[in-house]
Write a protein that binds this ligand. Structure first.
Ligand SMILES: *[C@@H]1O[C@H](CO)[C@@H](O)[C@H](O)[C@H]1NC(C)=O
Ligand SMILES: [Ca+2]
Ligand SMILES: [Ca+2]
Length: 389
């Protein structure tokens, strides 16, 4: 398989010390089993790869819904309403979230739309074909889940994210201090700007010497799909399906590239937090931000949703698959099982030259236990949680 050449790329040119053995193993395992080849390994096309989908832990992909079932039990209202538990379990018992500016939802009225596109920017991602999809009314978070809201969840439940349990997470090199960078001897060869950083987590998004003190209103990052689901269940919400996410992204517009239309910068204005300049060496921050921005920044789309594209990638409920039928469907939920989950919207690292994924039809994937400095989420719900009434 072509995979082998990528595997050798992955470790080529890096020195490994004994203390890095675990990581080497992780990288090798990753390189052997990762199912989606980084761009360039299998395609002569100009690179459209941000390396975002290379950031998978080798993990024991459950490929089923066991985590979902566990989390539903652990973070459910029923469970939370039961106060006579042991101390240990009480820590897991959450109070109901308080309504705040940042956990508001909007109604997305049901309807039909064209999901995907017949003019894919990145065909191998399975952006096509365009297909007619019916969506039932649902609620969507106006904003990406912020550090502030995630901290409420962690305070209430004692939840430990997977990055904290594993002890590391992937951080974009350009955002690390020199001190942290110099301690790291390896990278993902197909995407060398991604470094596995010990101590990186949602509380320390740019490495152990960083904090969220000044970015409480920024999207929480370094959260795995499993972490995202646990949060949504705690908040009496759920993750959006990919179809719901894309329907919401389009903001009532038919068959447009972006939530606001087809022009990236209408009237010279920026509508999303992406990358300007030369990726990965120079981000001019022309849109105001070289890293994440507050979840309330930039104009909202036709449904009142902010930062659907750009800022942080957003997990969806669906398993990943690149083959879609053109059959008309109702509330599709994606494949029954898989190894990776779908993420949507691109991030502050996306540039057309390298990761043209800040479009509603664009998509990418990671294993459900993966986390990175540009990957977050927002929740959906069938009905408005009572605390938001
Ligand atoms: C979480 O708990 C800490 C420590 O008690 C507190 O300082 C912080 O304000 C709490 N965060 C939120 C969002 O409530
Ligand atoms: Ca930017
Ligand atoms: Ca986003």
């Amino acid at each position: 398989m072509a995979l082998q050449s990528c595997a050798s790329q992955l470790v080529a040119g890096h020195r490994f010390s004994a203390s890095n053995l675990a990581l080497i193993v992780l990288l090798i395992v990753f390189s052997e089993f990762h199912v989606v080849l980084p761009e360039g390994c299998n395609s002569p096309a100009p690179s459209s790869e941000c390396g975002c989908n290379s950031l998978n832990r080798d993990g024991n992909d459950r490929g089923d819904d066991s985590f979902h079932k566990e989390a539903v039990k652990k973070y459910s209202k029923e469970k939370n309403a039961n106060p006579d538990d042991s101390h240990e379990r009480r820590r897991e018992v959450s109070t109901e979230p308080a309504p705040g500016k940042l956990n508001q939802m909007v109604l997305i009225p049901g309807g039909a739309f064209l999901m995907g596109t017949d003019e894919p920017g990145i065909p191998q991602d399975g952006e096509g074909p365009a297909r007619r999809v019916h969506i039932q009314s649902f609620y969507m978070d106006m904003y990406e889940v912020s550090n502030l809201e995630f901290e409420k969840f962690v305070n209430a439940t004692g939840y430990l994210t997977e990055a904290e349990k594993f002890g590391d997470s992937f951080v974009f090199e350009g955002l690390l201090s020199d001190k942290v960078k110099n301690e790291i001897k390896q990278a993902v060869a197909a995407a060398p700007w991604w470094l596995p950083v010990k101590g990186a987590s949602w509380r320390h998004p740019y490495g152990p010497d960083s904090s969220i003190a000044d970015s409480l209103e920024h999207p929480v990052v370094h959260v795995s799909w499993n972490d995202a689901l646990a949060y949504c269940i705690w908040a009496s919400k759920r993750l959006p399906t990919e179809a719901e996410w894309e329907y919401a992204c389009r903001g009532t517009l038919e068959n447009r590239l972006y939530p606001w239309g087809n022009k990236l910068n209408p009237k010279g204005q920026h509508y999303a937090n992406i990358w300007q300049g030369e990726f990965p060496n120079k981000n001019t921050g022309e849109d105001g931000y070289v890293r994440s921005c507050p979840v309330t920044s930039f104009p909202s789309n036709g449904y009142g949703l902010y930062n659907m594209v750009g800022n942080a990638w957003e997990w969806t409920a669906d398993w990943w698959n690149v083959h879609h039928t053109t059959d008309e469907t109702h509330n599709p939920k994606g494949p029954e099982s898989g190894t990776d989950k779908v993420k949507k919207g691109g991030s502050y690292m996306c540039h057309k030259s390298h990761c043209y994924r800040y479009r509603c039809a664009a998509r990418s994937q990671n294993t459900p236990d993966s986390s990175a400095s540009n990957l977050g989420f927002r929740c959906a719900a069938d009905s408005l949680p009572s605390y938001l009434h």
